[in-house]
Design a protein around this ligand. Sequence first.
Ligand code: FAD
Length: 375
Amino acid sequence: MIYDFLVIGGGIAGASAAYELAADASVLLLEAEDTTGYHATGRSAALFTRNYGCPIVMQINATSAHFFQSPPLGFCETPLVTTRGCLTVASGGLEGELDALLARSEPSDSVCRIAPQNALEMAPFLRSERVADAVFEAGVSDIDVAALHLGFINGAKARGAIIATKHRVLSVLREDRVWRVNTASESFSTACIVNAAGAWADKVGAMVGARSIGLVPKRRTAIIVKAPAGLDCAALPSIDFAGTAAYLKPDAGRIMASPGDATPSEPYDAWPDDMDIAVLVDWIERETKIKVARIEHSWAGLRSFVADEAPVVGFDPDVPDFFWLAGQGGYGIMMAPVLAKLTAELCTATVGAHSKAFAQSLAPERTTQLYGGDQ
Ligand SMILES: Cc1cc2nc3c(=O)[nH]c(=O)nc-3n(C[C@H](O)[C@H](O)[C@H](O)COP(=O)(O)OP(=O)(O)OC[C@H]3O[C@@H](n4cnc5c(N)ncnc54)[C@H](O)[C@@H]3O)c2cc1C
C-alpha cells in the first residue's frame, strides 16, 4: 500500500496533522517511542496564553482559541480549557517591564494593571516587598493537554489513520516518486512525508537530503513542590515575574515552578540539571514565602525554535513531497489546531486565497535566509 501521507512523530504536531489529513486521505503516523506524546508534548506547562510569542504566533493563538472553546462534536468528553488567569508582578525598579505587556493587550483578551495589594490577595505567598506593581491577564487558560492529544489521536484513528508506536524512522529512500520509509522492523511507502519530529525535525530532514532549517532545541526545566498550607490552589492564577523568565502555576493542588531556562542542546530525552533545580529552589525561597521541603517531581523538555521563533510549516523548497511541521517552540500545544489545519490545506492544495500570505510567512524557505546555512 502507498499511503497518501506518512507523518513522522506522535507529539501534538503529528497527532493533530494526522487528524486533519485523515479526513480525506490515507495516513500512517510513525512514533519512535513506546507511547505517543512522550517528549515535549507530555512535558509542557499546559497553558494557553493569547498574548505570548512573536506577532505571528499571537495571531495563530488568537485563531486557535475557537477550537479550544468549541472543539468538534465528539472530539473530547471534558472541556479542553479552564480559565486560570495570569498575574505578572514586578519588584521595585522593574515596573517599566509591565508596560510592554500592557501594550500587547487586545480588546478580546485584556491585560490590566492592578494594585499590588490585589496581587497579594490573589497570591498570598508572594513577598509584599517584592511586589511594586502588577498586571493581570484574565484570558490565560489551562489546557487539558492529555485530552487534546487523545482527541487528535482517537479522531485520526476514527478517520482511518494508522498510528504505529515503537517505529523509529531510521532511513528514507525515494524511488519512482514514492518515498520508502524504513524502521528497524518494517518499511512503508508513501506519496508524501510530513515531518513532525519535534526536536529531531532537522535530523529527519537530513535523511531526505533537505537543507537544515536551523532548528535549536532548548531545554526547559520544571519542578513540582507542595503548596503552602491552606492555600486554595484552584483559585490561584499562574504567576510570571518581570525581569525573569521564571514562573509558577498551580498543578493539581501543588505548585509547578520553572526557571524559564532555554539551554540549547542536541535532541535527546531531556532530564533536568541538578544545578538548574538548586538555583530554582533558591529563587523560589527568595522571591516567595514558599519553603521547599521536598521536590515532589522534576522534569525537563525541549522547546525547539528556528531563528525568528515562528513555526515552520510548508513543503520543502528543494525536496519534493516533503512537508515540514516543526519549530513550535514554547507554543506548540496552543498552536496545534491551526497549524494542523494549515498543514492539511497545504498538503491537499486547498489553502484559500486569504490564507496564502499567512502560509507564506511560515514557509521553510525563510529559514535558510534567517539561518544562512546550507548544511
Ligand atoms: C517545560 C515546557 C513547557 C511548555 N509549556 C507550554 C505551554 O504552556 N503551552 C504550549 O502551547 N506549549 C508549551 N510548551 C511547548 C510544547 O510542549 C511544544 O511546542 C510541543 O509539545 C511540540 O510538539 P511536537 O509534536 O512538535 O514535539 P514532540 O512532542 O517532541 O513530538 C515529536 C515526536 O517525534 C518523535 N520522533 C522524533 N524522531 C522520530 C523518528 N525518527 N521516527 C519516529 N518518531 C520520531 C519523537 O519521539 C516525539 O514523540 C512547553 C514545552 C516545555 C518543554
